[in-house]
Ligand binder design. Structure first.
Ligand SMILES: Cc1cc2nc3c(=O)[nH]c(=O)nc-3n(C[C@H](O)[C@H](O)[C@H](O)COP(=O)(O)O)c2cc1C
Length: 186
């Protein structure tokens, strides 16, 4: 089978992601792939914050501050879980959609473009023998988190791609029966 198709069919989201993360040169290719996502009227909504090293400590502090101020009655155990969350991978890419007012391109389309960019990132990582997992949880898709990340109100956080090298037990790719998902109009 064609290598590009194999890459799509064997992509998966490993729960364990270890060092190394992709190099600067590899990430350049990954972002070029991201920016090839479909984009109505070329609004270029997608932005990425790449977090590694000390940046993970910074993100950990953001998660804890956000949780303390926005989750009523959050327990110490949950705060500890949030504090540790960014260290589950050596690199995190924060997915942002910078929404512009456009007569033909509503907000949802701009967010969908960033979602398509995210999948392109996951596929490019897979092709380069790295891996990623898309997570949202409480720290995405809300109207408040952008302030904690020092973003503007129109910069929506779509999610977080945890990135690294797949480690631990490899997941079995599920077999899907396309007939359950596809109908034909002939
Ligand atoms: C928008 C979006 C948000 C997600 N958020 C989470 C999450 O917060 N936590 C989680 O465990 N999985 C989350 N997932 C699912 C994983 O990224 C992954 O797709 C899932 O574990 C299935 O694995 P696979 O991609 O190997 O099929 C999310 C997926 C998407 C598309």
């Amino acid at each position: 089978m064609n290598e590009a198709l194999k890459n799509i069919l064997n992509r998966n989201s490993p729960r364990e992601l270890s060092k190394p993360h992709p190099s600067k040169e590899e990430m350049e290719i990954v972002y070029q792939a991201a920016l090839r996502a479909p984009d109505h009227a070329w609004q270029r909504p997608s932005r990425f914050i790449q977090v590694t090293g000390q940046g993970l400590e910074k993100l950990s502090a953001v998660f804890v501050d956000y949780a303390k101020e926005n989750i009523e009655g959050v327990s110490d155990a949950t705060l500890q879980k949030y504090k540790e969350a960014p260290f589950r991978a050596p690199m995190i890419i924060i997915l942002i959609s910078e929404i512009k007012i456009h007569p033909k391109v509503p907000e949802i389309e701009q967010m969908l473009s960033t979602a398509a960019a995210a999948e392109n990132i996951l596929l490019a990582l897979n092709a380069l023998n790295f891996a990623g997992m898309w997570r949202t949880g409480v720290f995405a898709l809300n109207e408040k988190i952008q302030k904690y990340l020092k973003l503007n109100d129109n910069q929506k956080v779509i999610g977080y791609l945890y990135v690294g090298t797949a480690s631990g037990k490899q997941k079995k790719i599920p077999e899907m029966n396309t007939s359950e998902f596809v109908t034909e109009w002939i």
